[in-house]
Ligand binder design. Structure first.
Ligand code: PEP
Ligand code: MN
Length: 328
């Protein structure tokens, strides 16, 4: 149940009684109990301005609470009443100053506002490139300062989350970190936008509940990112769950970003998948692109080169228009 509680209510008593999470809003405290709570104690009713019960612990993210949330990233608006599909692109990892600056210049040339690149890489093998860490993050910050781009980079554990929150414009929580409560909790205490990637072995319920951790700490700026789940199929890297995207659109209020690059795992399918994603009327796309994908230090097989990216970008414009959206 979500309760809006008067500011002069005995907050601690109510928190203890309902074992609730809460955050402070302008004119109210928002308390969120387990969805199994269906009734308010009679003696508490005088403190409650609003209350709503839910079938499951998808509550703050539910359309039954707020129809559609929007997120402002600088002068960019997604979700809510906007009809923007935001393009986010850049290499899998920051590899060097030269590589990231070539990428930044490519984005500027093609009118793209958000640069992605990982610095703290959650690799599946300890013997592969692990990312440049803080040095890479500082290079991204330099790209923001020099080119006016917004930057998104991932946090893979709590050791560097504060640094990522401080320096990036959007915090990416990677698929493998979706359950990391240290990260989720830290992200709930900032107002910066957070992009949560769906764990590849996670149900939609678990995925959205991760978002609830961030929302229930008081950060409303959460985006959901579907990036493929593991199925029996192994010809492609993962399976992009577009049925799940329909579910998220129907039942949740959060902006939805799709990542066909990690789902597919191979360059050849990324453009087709991206067009299918945009045709679903989503809020954003995350595509990996690299100045020279063949020598990329991570995810080399799926990153688009610049010519491939531009061809894809052009082909997305009419697809977005066909569903009442515009690529930005
Ligand atoms: C990435 O975006 O480069 C990445 C590692 O993604 P994911 O967490 O979806 O695997
Ligand atoms: Mn990657």
């Amino acid at each position: 149940m979500i309760l809006h509680i008067k500011k002069n209510a005995p907050l601690q008593l109510l928190l203890d009684f309902y074992k609730a999470a809460y955050f402070e809003a302008e004119e109210t405290y928002v308390l969120i109990t387990s969805s199994s709570v269906k009734e308010i104690e009679t003696s508490h009713k005088e403190y409650v301005d609003y209350n709503k019960t839910f079938e499951s612990d998808i509550q703050l993210a539910s359309k039954d609470y707020i129809t559609k949330r929007s997120i402002q990233i600088g002068d960019i608006l997604i979700g809510g009443q906007s009809n923007n599909t935001l393009m986010i692109t850049g290499p899998c990892s920051v590899e060097s100053m030269e590589q990231i600056e070539t990428s930044a210049q490519f984005l500027i040339k093609n009118n793209i506002k958000i640069l992605r690149a990982g610095c703290f890489k959650p690799r599946t093998s300890p013997y592969t490139f692990q990312g440049l860490g803080s040095k890479g993050l500082d290079m991204l910050v330099e790209m923001r300062e020099k080119y006016g781009l917004k930057i998104i980079t991932e946090a893979k554990d709590a050791t560097h989350i504060d640094e990522v929150i401080e320096k990036s414009d959007i915090i990416q929580i990677g698929a493998k970190a979706m359950y990391d409560h240290g990260i989720l909790k830290a992200c709930s205490k900032t107002q910066k936008p957070v992009l949560i990637k769906r764990g590849f072995g996670s149900t939609l319920q678990e995925f959205v509940q991760s978002a609830e951790f961030v929302l229930s700490g008081g950060n409303p700026n959460v985006m959901l990112c579907e990036r493929g789940i593991r199925t029996f199929e192994n010809k492609t890297r993962f399976t992009l769950d577009l049925c799940g995207v329909s579910y998220l659109k129907e039942y949740t209020n959060l902006p939805i970003i799709l990542d066909p690059s990690h789902a597919m795992g191979y360059r050849y399918g990324v453009a087709d998948l991206a067009r299918a994603c945009v045709a679903m009327g989503i809020d954003g796309l995350l595509i990996e692109s690299h100045p020279n994908p063949k020598v990329a230090q991570s995810d080399a097989s799926q990153q688009l080169d610049f010519d491939q990216f531009v061809a894809l970008q052009n082909s997305l414009i009419p697809v977005a228009e066909a569903v009442g959206m515009q690529m930005i």
